[in-house]
Design a protein around this ligand. Structure first.
Ligand code: NAP
Length: 315
């Protein structure tokens, strides 16, 4: 390399370093650290998606990719698209019937398994000690992985105690990095805590602007259990994407209603896992870390709470 090229190279590196520092400064200084369940850390490998630290010390991206309703080639393609766009957390479940495609996508992405955060869930048919162990092995086989980052009891049905014991053993054996629950209300959580040896790291529950789950939010925060939102857009039900309040806030920040929704979750310290089969949406949903909702925005969104599920068919 001649001296001019060397100078150019040094300048280029300085520029990149300064840009990275400026970005970190904006994030930590101007935007501030959001209210969180655990600690938010910047993860250099995950293209700017901050991590939360779970109650067992495991780091988890605060924004991930959901796969409910995605199947076959569309699923595989969408997950590959998501991983190549920068998502590292992928959320699937046995009952979605797409673990095979998610597994193929993980292989196809070429990303080191250790850089991904793979979640799956134990379905109600597999509740109970023996069945849970079998269900877990089937999930690993379908996903073509030898461990899960997170495994959840999908719904509080059947022999939850037996399922949890099986999951605790798998956790202690290092086959699962963190175990948690989904769709548990505070009473069901309290029951599980009465016998659990390992405290759940996560409760994944329906959460969006129309169902803000303020009580569960407090209970989980007090218990140091990370809240995770499923259906962060309520699947667009009840006109969420065209809601007037969200539209006004989106215009103010030159963002979309989807981005405002995800930013709202982020500022509450909630892990969100939006799903999309469209490249433009997959990218759009990642682009939420360069603006901040102010108190007026947060209060306006608070008023949208209908405090009831938008999925009554699943209750
Ligand atoms: N634990 C549980 O019981 C449970 C239950 C439900 C869901 N989940 C998990 O949570 C994830 C998310 O929930 P969800 O999939 O039900 O619903 P969601 O993420 O709230 O909404 C998905 C819908 O939003 C659309 N969308 C995504 N990004 C958009 C954007 N930027 N602009 C406009 N439309 C957009 C998608 O359409 P396009 O494809 O056209 O973008 C899709 O129709 C699931 O995929 C699953 O992993 C868990």
């Amino acid at each position: 390399m001649n001296s001019q090229n060397q100078k150019n190279e040094i300048n280029r590196r300085k520029f990149l370093q300064n840009t990275a520092l400026a970005a970190a400064g904006i994030y930590l200084g101007i935007l501030g650290t959001p209210k969180l369940f655990g600690n938010v850390l910047m993860d250099k490998d995950a293209k700017g998606i901050p991590d939360v630290k779970l109650n067992n010390g495991l780091k988890m991206p605060i924004l991930g990719f959901g796969t409910y309703g995605l199947s076959g080639e569309v699923c595989q393609k969408s997950v590959v698209e998501a991983i190549s766009s920068g998502y590292r957390l992928i959320d699937t479940a046995k009952v979605y019937g797409n673990e095979v495609e998610v597994g193929k996508a993980i292989k196809q992405s070429g990303i080191d398994r250790k850089q991904l955060f793979v979640t799956s869930k134990l379905w109600v048919d597999d509740a109970g000690y023996e069945n849970a162990k079998k269900g877990f092995e089937e999930t690993l086989r379908k996903l073509q992985v030898d461990y899960l980052d997170l495994y959840l009891i999908h719904r509080p049905r059947g022999d939850v105690k037996g399922s949890w014991k099986a999951m605790e053993e798998l956790y202690k054996a290092g086959k699962i990095k963190a175990i948690g629950i989904s769709n548990f209300n505070p009473e069901q959580l309290a029951d599980l805590l009465s016998y659990a040896e390992v405290k759940p790291a996560i409760n994944q529950i329906e959460t969006h602007a129309y169902f803000q789950q303020t009580n569960d939010y407090k209970v989980l925060k007090q218990g140091n259990i990370q809240m995770q939102a499923w259906a962060p857009f309520a699947e667009g039900r009840n006109g969420l994407f065209t809601n007037e309040t969200l539209t006004q806030i989106a215009k103010k920040h030159n963002k979309t209603t989807a981005q405002v929704s995800l930013r709202w979750h982020f500022q509450r310290g909630i892990v969100a896992i939006p799903r999309s089969s469209q490249r433009a949406h997959i990218l759009e949903n990642l682009n939420i870390f360069d603006f901040k909702l102010d108190d007026t925005d947060m209060k306006a969104i608070e008023k949208l709470d209908l405090n009831r599920t938008q999925f009554p068919e699943w209750s």
